[in-house]
Design a protein around this ligand. Sequence first.
Ligand SMILES: Cc1ncc(COP(=O)(O)O)c(C=O)c1O
Length: 374
Amino acid sequence: MVGVLYIMKISFYNYKSLYVNNQKSYLRKIDKNLMTGEFILGKELEKFEEKICKYLDVKYCLGTSSATSAMEIGLASIPKNNKTEIILPSHTFVATIDAIYNAGFKPIVADIDNSGMINCEKLINLISNRTFGILAVNINGNSCNYDNLKLISKKYNVHIFEDNAQGFGTKYNNNFTGGIGIFGALSFYPTKILGCFGDGGAIVTNNYNIYTNAKKIRNHGRNIKGHVDQWGTNSRLDNVQAAILNYNLTKVEETIKKRITLAKLYFELLRNNKNIKFTHVANNSVIRHTFQNFEILVKKRNKLKNFLQDNGIETLIQWKSVPINKLKLPKFKNSVLKITSNYFKYCLCLPINNSLTEKEIHYICKKINLFYTK
Ligand SMILES: Cc1ncc(COP(=O)(O)O)c(C=O)c1O
């Protein structure tokens, strides 16, 4: 008997399903919102900002056009001194360094640890009397070590800012990330844990002065009376996107629970495979990891990726395997970061998204384990 070769098609993201799965509800929300005639800076956005404050337990939230813009506005909202440098980790999207550069600071790239987070020991060596702050990144839905970062902030008198674009719902010691630093940036890009159907973001803070400055900057530097009293930009989150986000926020805990369950299954099915290292700790009592990504370190990474592709499984190497310290950009000097170089030889993200099933995870893990027995 000839064996049947069974191939499942598993895409990394499933954009259309984000909409189709709740199409009627979305259409109702969008229609209701459009019928109010309030398209920009209306009640729906205010409602969303209040809900985010409640969910993340922060005092202030402002919807912005993206997380990139939220970081730029956040950095522009803080009083400047003679310090000109901001430290960021090597494992992040180009948006983080863009924001630092566009806000007029010099980016200094720090190495990571084996979980892909900023390496607190190594970053101390980068701190000088030029350091304004550290832009910490909660990559993959994991959390930085905020106990260490807070100690560093106090000892060296540097600010902690958060790029929480990949960390919606993540917790460190029961506190939501994004609300730990002096400000946090959130992303609502469609594939994020809390996503809309376009670009979107928010800045969250407990600092009243940052909030009032950011509110003006988001709207062309205009105060509540409409008078321009500082430089600004246009970074307003549309009301229609806010309506979609208000709806999705009601389901976000369910989404996170599902991702945690899927991640546990991956862990169970792969933990005995000696060719794989996990970038997170299972059953972590300090961090609630929300698995925006399920990133692992694997031997023969490129061969495994191709093998999985041939078996219908799409995977992702973040940033096309180019960490921030290796970006080729004008006025930016590359550096050698040992742990980063090693990490980016092996890292691979397996599919994890809202429409992925346990059956698909069994299939993916079966294929991975098979690859290493060949
Ligand atoms: C770590 C990180 N920072 C920043 C961003 C930028 O977010 P946005 O697209 O909302 O500007 C992203 C987007 O994927 C990200 O992954």
